[in-house]
Write a protein that binds this ligand. Structure first.
Ligand code: CMC
Length: 429
C-alpha cells in the first residue's frame, strides 16, 4: 500500500477503505464508495464557506497565512511591490514569468490601445442616478460590456480570450473614472495613452481644464503599489465567484460582473469603505475604547481586522502602511490616520483580538490612502476591483485550460421534509 494514502474505517459497517493522497489532499469523490447500501449515495464532506476544501489546482498565487507570506508565481509580494509596475505584475500573473523589456512594451501597448469606451457606454452610465453607488454602477457596466463584444462568448478560442483580457484590464479604470465624474457632475476626461496605467487613471479622475494632465509621480507610484497588492489573492470569495460562473462557460464580462458583485460585500472588498465609515464614526482617539468594547460584545466588527487566511499578519498591510507615508507627504496627513494607528495599537494589545489572531488586513490602511488622494469613500471598492480584474481573468484563463474543470455544482445535505402528498387549498389548515 502506498504511504501516500489514507485508510478509513467506517464504524457503521466495519469496512475499511484506502484512498490516495495527492498534493496533500484526497479527492472528495473517492469518499463516495463509503456507503451503507447500494442505494446510499455515499459519504460526502460538509464544508460551509469552503473552510478546508480545495476547489481547484492553481499555479498563480501562494499564501501561507500562518507565516504571513504572499507570492505571485513564486515572487514575494514585497519584492514585486518594490520593483514592478502594475502591468508588469499583471503580465507575470497571466503568463507565469516576468516579462523582458520587449514583452512588457508589447503587453503595455496592447492594453493601452483598449482604454477607450464605446460612446454608448457613456449613455449607459448617464442612466444611473447621481447618487448611485459606484460598485452597483461598476457591476452593471461591466456586465453590459458583454453586449458590446458578443464574440467574447467564444470562450474556447484562446485569441478571443486574450483580447477580452486586454479590453477588460484596459477599460476598468476608464469605467471607474467615468462613474466618479458622472456622480460629481463633471464632464468625462478621456484616456491619455501617453501616461502610465495609474497616471492615466489619475488623469481621467482629476483632469480639469488643463490641456495635459501631469500626475504627481509619488501618487502615481503609490497607486501602482496599491494595485500590485490587490492584483490577486488566490481563491477568495470574488475569485471563487469568477470561477464558479466561468465554469458554466459564461462570457468573461458577465463572469467578472459576478466576481465584482462578490467583492462589493462588506466582508470582502467592501471592507475598505467600511473602515473609513468606522473611523469617522469613532471620530476621536478617546472614543476608541468604547468601540473596542462594542466589538467584543459582538455588536460591531472591527473593520479592516481579521482574515480567513492570515492569522499572523497580512503582508499587504505592512507595505500599505509604508506607501501611506509617501502619499501623506504630497497630500498632507489624513486626520483619520491617527485614529487608525491608535486603534491598531489598542486592538493588538487586547486579549480578544490576540486570542482570535485578528490583525490589520489590506483594507485597514488602503481606504485612508484613497481618501487622502481625494477619492470618495464609496469608490474604494471600485479601486479594489480595478487591479483585481487582472487576477480574476488570470484565474478564468487557468480554469478554462484545466482539464479537471467541471461546472461548479456543490452538494447539499438535505434536511427538509420527507416526501409527502400534495394538499388541496381547501384542506390546508
Ligand atoms: N472584529 C471583531 N471580531 C472579529 C472580527 C473583527 N473584524 N473578525 C473576526 N472576529 C471574531 C468573530 O466574531 C469570531 O469570534 P468568536 O469565535 O467569538 O465567534 C472569530 O473572530 C472568528 O471569526 P470568523 O468570522 O469565524 O472568521 P472568518 O475567517 O470566517 O472571517 C473575515 C474572516 C475577514 C470575514 C472577518 O475577520 C471579518 O469580518 N473582518 C472584518 C471585515 C474585513 O476587514 N474584511 C476584509 C478582509 S481582507 C480583504 C478581502 O479579502 O476582501
Amino acid at each position: 500500500m502506498s504511504n501516500q494514502s489514507l485508510t478509513i474505517t467506517d464504524n457503521r459497517t466495519g469496512k475499511t477503505y484506502t484512498i490516495p493522497i495527492e498534493h496533500g489532499a484526497i479527492r472528495a469523490t473517492d469518499l463516495r464508495q463509503i456507503k451503507l447500501s447500494d442505494d446510499d449515495p455515499g459519504l460526502c464532506t460538509y464544508d460551509p464557506g469552503f473552510m478546508n476544501t480545495a476547489a481547484c489546482k492553481s499555479r498563480i498565487t501562494f499564501i501561507d497565512g500562518d507565516k504571513g507570506i504572499l507570492e505571485y508565481r513564486g515572487y514575494p509580494i514585497e519584492q514585486l511591490a518594490e520593483h514592478c509596475t502594475f502591468l508588469e505584475v499583471a503580465y507575470l500573473l497571466y503568463h507565469g514569468e516576468l516579462p523582458n523589456r520587449t514583452q512588457l512594451k508589447e503587453w503595455t501597448d496592447q492594453i493601452t490601445r483598449h482604454t477607450i469606451l464605446h460612446e454608448n457606454v457613456k449613455q449607459f452610465i448617464a442612466g444611473f442616478r447621481y447618487d448611485a453607488h459606484p460598485m452597483g454602477m461598476f457591476v452593471g457596466t461591466v456586465a453590459a460590456l458583454s453586449t458590446f463584444y458578443p464574440e467574447a462568448k467564444n470562450i474556447h478560442d484562446p485569441a478571443v480570450r486574450r483580447k477580452q483580457y486586454f479590453r477588460l484590464v484596459a477599460k476598468v479604470p476608464t469605467i471607474a473614472a467615468f462613474i466618479y465624474r458622472h456622480n460629481i457632475g463633471m464632464p468625462y476626461a478621456y484616456p491619455d495613452n501617453d501616461l502610465s496605467y495609474t497616471g492615466n487613471f489619475l488623469n481621467m479622475m482629476f483632469k480639469k481644464t488643463e490641456l495635459k494632465y501631469k500626475p504627481d509621480p509619488a501618487l502615481e507610484r503609490a497607486l501602482e503599489i496599491l494595485f500590485i497588492l490587490h492584483a490577486d489573492h488566490e481563491q477568495n470569495c470574488s475569485t471563487t465567484a469568477m470561477r464558479s460562473v466561468g465554469s458554466a462557460n459564461t462570457d468573461p464580462y458577465s463572469a467578472l460582473a459576478a466576481a465584482a458583485a462578490a467583492l462589493y460585500g462588506p466582508l470582502h472588498g467592501g471592507a475598505n469603505e467600511a473602515v473609513l465609515r468606522m473611523l469617522r464614526e469613532i471620530g476621536s482617539k478617546d472614543r476608541i475604547p468604547e468601540y473596542i468594547k462594542r466589538c467584543k460584545a459582538g455588536e460591531v466588527r472591527l473593520m479592516g481586522f481579521g482574515h480567513r487566511v492570515y492569522k499572523n499578519y497580512d503582508p499587504r498591510a505592512k507595505i500599505i502602511k509604508q506607501a501611506a507615508d509617501a502619499v501623506f507627504e504630497v497630500t498632507g496627513k489624513n486626520p483619520l490616520i491617527d485614529i487608525a494607528v491608535e486603534l491598531e495599537r489598542i486592538a493588538l494589545e487586547d486579549e480578544y483580538f490576540v486570542k482570535r489572531r485578528l490583525y490589520p488586513n489590506v483594507d485597514f490602511y488602503s481606504g485612508i490612502i484613497y481618501e487622502a488622494m481625494g477619492l470618495p469613500t464609496d469608490l474604494f471598492t471600485v479601486m479594489f476591483a480595478i487591479p483585481r480584474t487582472a487576477g480574476w481573468l488570470t484565474h478564468w484563463e487557468e480554469l478554462l485550460q484545466d482539464p479537471d474543470t467541471k461546472i461548479a455544482r456543490p452538494k447539499q445535505l438535505y434536511l427538509g421534509s420527507p416526501r409527502r402528498e400534495f394538499v388541496p387549498m381547501d384542506q390546508r389548515p
